[in-house]
Design a protein around this ligand. Structure first.
Ligand SMILES: Nc1nc2c(ncn2[C@@H]2O[C@H](COP(=O)(O)OP(=O)(O)OP(=O)(O)O)[C@@H](O)[C@H]2O)c(=O)[nH]1
Ligand SMILES: [Mg+2]
Length: 454
């Protein structure tokens, strides 16, 4: 594959400029054939103004296609690690297609999605988790997703994994040393207490990383926040207020909302996914009942639950809500404080946020409480949050292997049995960065989601 020279449009169509990327052993020859820049001869990492031309054999004339800037990168100092050129021309669809067509005539082929990054990985310019971070970076829509992608791209996750692997290798070699000298009865090379401590530290670290996936996933997909409560308490009014648009129907008829309604909003750089739900009440209406079941499903999916009340709730309501929201961040909101008959309550010493969804009172404080409930750690320079399901899956499997080592140690199993599970954990962690030989199928799955030209 890497012997081919690939080309692709790297920018979205419709802009004033378009960038075409070319990479591979024939990149310089192909590009030099359509402009006056002798890519082989110029210095690396230099940009040149040139005309792009098409040579017409019949008339022996050169047709000018565009005036462009050509940047030359020489292997291995390029994104892909190969000889590469970026042609920056005007964004006309005709020009861009023409240039690609000419490059193909001169021996290039169109790149597959993510093929430039795949080559960067195969040429050792980055590991697999960093390659995945490139896709995340391009897809990032807010500060939080951007920060996580940058952290991964800069290799913070990779270096934590490298540290873990180092510790696992140390453990394995200590155990193997013990094996080699097992004939010498009194020799206890590996101090089992020290080993046990080391393996527990490793386990803690892997567990910590695996746990961060829940946060990572929530940040990537938007943190789900369910708005629940009895009918007519103002849930849909609150949704509209938070979204700054009339998204859900509001009326004073009980049971107006029958299905869940979802939309996203940004709070301090984090995307939240608000879910308005059907009000909870006893009903014989079949459709409404289905809606209420969906309310309970929405609670299950949510990370944060906003429970709206507009009068003092009964003890049954309180215990039912507490039961259904167990394990969730619960925020209790007293709505309609603009009404004279609405008092402030104190429920189970749980703070209650007073608002008027209709008039916008107390919304700032509520948004602050929602942001705090999301409990997003502020990413310092070296913090790592796992955001990728493939990484999470590998961490969970590595954790299982480590657990078997811990159990084996408790049972005083011999070193050779333990070291097998340790090797398994090592191999599994290596899958994340692609340190092991990564099957083509896995690579294909990763890079197919990239855009062409990256
Ligand atoms: N005075 C006052 N009225 C409000 C406030 N919030 C909502 N309302 C009114 O309460 C009624 C019900 O509001 P909705 O937002 O439809 O209530 P809901 O909880 O979505 O109701 P269901 O969909 O039936 O479960 C409407 O007439 C709203 O205008 C508020 O803060 N103050
Ligand atoms: Mg409603």
């Amino acid at each position: 594959m890497s012997s081919d020279t690939i080309c692709a449009l790297a920018t979205a169509p419709g802009g004033a400029l378009g960038i075409i990327r070319v990479s591979g052993s024939d990149a310089f020859v192909a590009v030099s054939s359509l402009c006056s820049v002798r890519c082989n001869a110029v210095a690396a990492n230099t940009t040149h103004y040139t005309r792009l031309v098409e040579y017409d054999a019949a008339s022996q004339l050169q047709n000018i296609i565009d005036e462009a800037m050509v940047t030359v990168f020489k292997a291995p100092h390029s994104y892909t690690g190969e000889d590469s050129v970026e042609i920056s021309c005007h964004g006309s669809r005709y020009i861009l297609n023409k240039v690609l067509e000419l490059l193909i005539q001169h021996g290039c082929r169109m790149a597959n999605p993510g093929e430039f990054t795949q080559r960067a990985f195969l040429n050792g310019k980055m590991d697999l988790s960093q390659a995945e971070a490139v896709a995340d970076l391009i897809a990032s829509t807010n500060k939080a997703t951007h920060d996580m992608a940058i952290s991964q791209l800069r290799g913070h996750f990779s270096s934590q994994l490298a540290h873990l692997r180092e510790q696992l290798l140390k453990l394995t070699s200590l155990l193997e040393l013990e094996l080699d000298f097992s004939d010498h009865e009194d020799l206890e090379f590996a101090d089992r207490t020290e080993l046990r401590n080391l393996v527990k530290t490793i386990n803690k670290h892997i567990t910590h990383l695996a746990h961060s996936f829940e946060t990572g996933k929530a940040i990537k997909q938007g943190i789900p926040v369910a708005i629940i409560g009895k009918t007519n308490v103002g849930k849909s009014t609150l949704l509209n207020r938070l979204l700054h648009e009339e998204r859900a129907i509001v009326s004073d008829i009980h049971g107006t909302t029958r299905d869940t309604i979802e939309d996203t909003m940004e709070l301090q750089g984090i995307t939240f996914r608000f879910i308005d739900t059907a009000g909870i009440r006893q009903t014989t209406d079949e459709v409404e009942q289905i809606g209420i079941e969906r309310t309970y499903q929405a609670i299950q999916k949510a990370r944060i639950v906003l429970w709206l009340i507009d009068k003092e709730p009964s003890t049954e309501e309180i215990s039912s809500i507490l039961q259904h929201t167990e394990g969730k961040k619960l925020i209790i909101i007293n709505n309609k404080i603009d009404k004279a008959d609405n008092n402030s309550y104190n429920l189970l010493n749980h703070p209650i946020i007073p608002i008027s969804a209709k008039f916008g009172t107390g919304i700032d404080a509520l948004e602050q409480a929602i942001y705090q409930a999301a409990d997003i750690p502020t990413l310092t320079d070296t913090d790592v949050i796992v955001t990728n399901a493939r990484h999470y899956d590998a961490l969970v499997r590595a954790k299982k292997s480590i657990q078997r080592v811990i159990d084996g140690m408790e049972l005083q199993l011999s070193g050779d049995l333990l070291s097998e599970d340790l090797r398994q954990a090592l191999d599994t962690l290596s899958e994340i960065t692609g340190g092991q030989i990564t099957p083509n199928e896995v690579l294909g799955n990763i890079f197919k989601n990239f855009c062409v030209g990256k």
